[in-house]
Ligand binder design. Structure first.
Ligand code: FE
Ligand code: FE
Ligand code: ZN
Length: 277
């Protein structure tokens, strides 16, 4: 069984996302915890969450993935921005306990000229402030393409951050296929080699979720432009191989392709048709 979904709009609440997921034949999905450009999150509506949990249980959903806002930058050179990151992180993790035992994915951050060493220290400092042994949510670092001063475009950087985290059982990685390919990991021609690298540096047991995207830009371009499945530089064949890889096929896959619900429904149908149970 392929566990797959898409990045859905959270503006109408959890029940609506559950229904949208069913509509596109998904059994997982991702959503922004608040406006991706920052701002205040809407209050949790307990009956709405309850209805979602029923949908999720009845349909045996895989873990879902919350995505932190893009404005969350734990390694900014501005103290106010770092404080905002802590505030949002804490608030989001508190809210995630309404839908326990799922994932919270975030972009490690941009070092804005301070260098990766300083950034790695700042990111792990934030994680050690906000993670607690009793939370049920697992926090995922997203693999980045390396545009601008982004941290986390190499497995080594992710390892450095994670190695400093005290709550080891609350931290994992979400691999974005567009980002890693743009970052220079050739998952098209040498998926086995990339996974071996990941395993040696981070450990495959830390890989918890996948953002499944094609890429508008070529290999190692260090850009971040998602494309529809089969229409980009990765191509359908590589992405089909990816979801079928014995080391990956059990993971939840989330499409972040430029699509609407109908477009995602057909991508999911296509990938399910090409999935070997
Ligand atoms: Fe992301
Ligand atoms: Fe992503
Ligand atoms: Zn991206």
């Amino acid at each position: 069984m392929l566990h797959i979904g898409a990045h859905l709009s959270s503006s109408k609440g959890f029940e609506k996302m559950g229904k949208d997921a069913l509509f596109i034949k998904a059994d997982t999905f991702q959503f922004f915890t608040r406006n991706p450009q920052g701002g205040k999150a809407k209050d949790i509506n307990a009956p709405d969450v309850q209805k979602f949990l029923e949908i999720s249980n009845q349909n045996h959903f895989a873990p879902i993935v919350a995505h932190a806002p893009y404005t969350l930058n734990p390694c900014s050179d501005n103290l106010k921005t770092r404080e905002f990151a802590e505030l949002v992180f804490n608030d989001d993790l508190k809210r995630m306990e309404y839908v326990p035992f799922n994932y919270y994915n975030f972009h490690p951050g941009s070092h804005v000229g301070q260098g990766t060493d300083v950034a790695i220290e700042m990111i792990s400092t934030l994680l050690n402030k906000v993670l607690t042994p009793k939370q049920s949510t697992m926090v995922l670092l997203e693999t980045m393409s390396g545009k601008g001063s982004e941290v986390g475009s190499t497995f080594e950087e992710l390892k450095e951050i994670m190695g400093r985290v005290e709550c080891q059982d609350k931290i994992g990685v979400c691999m974005d296929t567009c980002h890693v390919y743009s970052a220079g990991y050739d998952i098209k021609e040498d998926l086995d080699g990339v996974l071996e690298k990941f395993d040696n540096i981070i450990g495959l047991e830390k890989l918890k979720a996948i953002h499944l995207n094609d890429s508008k830009t070529p290999f190692a371009s260090h850009k971040d432009r998602h494309e529809k499945i089969g229409e980009g530089s990765l191509g359908a064949e590589a992405l089909i191989k990816f979801v079928n890889h014995p080391l990956l096929k059990h993971l939840p896959f989330v499409l972040e392709t430029p699509n609407d619900l109908k477009g995602w429904a057909s991508e999911i149908e296509f990938l399910r048709a090409n999935f070997n149970d």
